[in-house]
Design a protein around this ligand. Sequence first.
Ligand SMILES: [Zn+2]
Length: 114
Amino acid sequence: MHEMAVADGIIKIIEEKLKEQDPKAEVRKVHLKIGKLTCVEPEALRLSFEILSRETPLQKASLYIKSIPITGKCKDCRKNLRLTKLDFACPFCGSFRLEIKTGRELFIESIEIK
Ligand SMILES: [Zn+2]
């Protein structure tokens, strides 16, 4: 499952940071930004995080997931787009020549510790 690997990565990154900066800290909140193009399911990610964070400084942390829509621009009709489906055709002219601007994000925006 894709989300397991993502949750594992998030936990490892934060654990490393804590080791350097504040080894006794407990993480309360983790704010994430996740683009729709990453195909990460927020519910599956929460579940994976809950399982994998046991016995780590993140075990009491709640995940706050901000979903980033897929937006871009059509290279043919030059219109700005917001795609709701993953079919990648311009809704105005049907072109497949799209420039994707957002939707690939997958990062930790901030964490709150105690
Ligand atoms: Zn177009």
